[in-house]
Design a protein. Sequence first.
Lengths: 295, 276
Amino acid sequence: MPLSSLKKTASIRGIVGIWRKAVDLLLSDPRILIPFLVLAAAETLALWLLSVSPHFPFNYVLAPPIKSIWGAVYLHYPYIYVLLPKVYYYGKLAADILVGALTGATAVYLVARLQHREKVRIGSAFRAVLKHYVSLFLLSLVLYVGVHFLMKEPTLLLLKYFRGHAKLLFLPARFWLTMFVPAVNFVLAVMVQGFFIYAIPYIVLKEKKFLAAFLAGARLFLRNFGRTLLLVAVPMCLYIPISMLRSNLPFLQDKFSPEIAVPVLFSGVVIGTFLVDSLVTVATTLLFLEKADEK
Amino acid sequence: MRNNARLVLVGCLFLAVVGCESPSFKAEREMYRAQKKALAVYKNPKGTPPFEVRMAQAEFEKILRKYPETILATQAQMGIGHLYLASGEYDKAREAYKALLKDCEKKPAACAQVTFVIGQSYEVENKWPEAVAQYSKVIEDYPLSGKSVELPIYIINHYKKLKDDKAVDAWVQKGVAHYKDLMAKAEQPRADYALMGLTARCYMAGERWQDAVAVLEQVARDYPDLAPEQALWAQAFIYKRFLNDPGKSKDLLQRIAKDYPQTNLAKQAELLLTKL
């Protein structure tokens, strides 16, 4: 068997081993899921508050910004449910930056302690992580703001191109915007997350500051490029059905009811925040613990 | 203390489950559902079983009963009329519409809309003279409504399709007189400008190209602050397409390019001049 094939087989076996370890760890100590449950609760609260924004007493706080940014019509039925995915995107962004910075890091801390067979309490893990909140907050801010602007670029570039052209490489605009852009966005999301994913353990476990942690994390990502991509991309595939539901939301709302936006967005919380994030965080932390001290 | 916390929790849960929907939000939801049912009828009026039409009407009637004296009640009453119209019950449709002709002194725009819809119901029934009678009523009784200013052009276009040249001429004159009358009452230059534009469109609908060009020239001259290049552009188009005078059209395009070089039309005029 050639050397490259052997390396590939070993790498895939290594990935499967990490998955097995991650699932075992989650099953043996489900407390690791608590931080993700907290973030999911924060996102659910944001979703609920925004979906009841036209109603008393929430309208006192939430109606004025909606009215001035998007228009008064979006405080009426069914338009509030048309706006909900957009406004929830910003609500989730705020929850992920403010709360997600802490919960992800707490999970990383728990995984590291449990892996070293040390006793750990959620409260003490949370307090240990809280000391690094500024660095974690900055990291989340840069990550989410970066993703926010980066994800828009392919669509904007293609829209600009199709203003003056009917086809690109013999294919119409519809193909590029409905098939190509989601695929590019998926790859971009995986890549960006890969660059940032090891910065959290560097901050929490190695006590590095924001920039040093980011650079060390990026270096580790590039050294373990293929493995990290697989560890991030495979769980993220679970989110594809939710993405499809979300992109077809106007059709679903017309076919069933405008309120269907709420369960669809909530399923994104369950699958995305609770399932995908927990799997990605635990698996990449295990790889970090294995590789971080290697020279 | 613990009891208070429980009370707050129960209150929060109650809010979460029941919410504090305002009656108007509930009404909007009911209206949306009624309109969805009605839309299914409008899409396929001949293929819809009568009981489904009645069910859609019942939804509107429910809104009328539950939320009288609201804008939704007006929309529901209109919806009932539309459903009768879709199922070919024209007299019943007009009866439903006429129920909305109340307090017209206070709500002229709404009454103009209802009268217009009654006219449309006659038009759908192929009773054009009756339709024109309703449209004339809109023009005379509600001259300041949005419907009233568009209607002369609508009627001219209809007579053009019927190839009734006499009626076309008569309505061009009526339309121009109507706009002149409104101009006399208008207090703002922007309203004057819009009415001049409508006068030009009225002449254009009646294929009185020289009159249309004269009005457009007046617009370009009298309203230099309100995009005069658009009036010149319309003139250039008329000279080229309908008056068979490409020379005059070229002059006008050159005028746009020279006098209004910063506008989008100037760039298009220059492009056209290279092709002419």
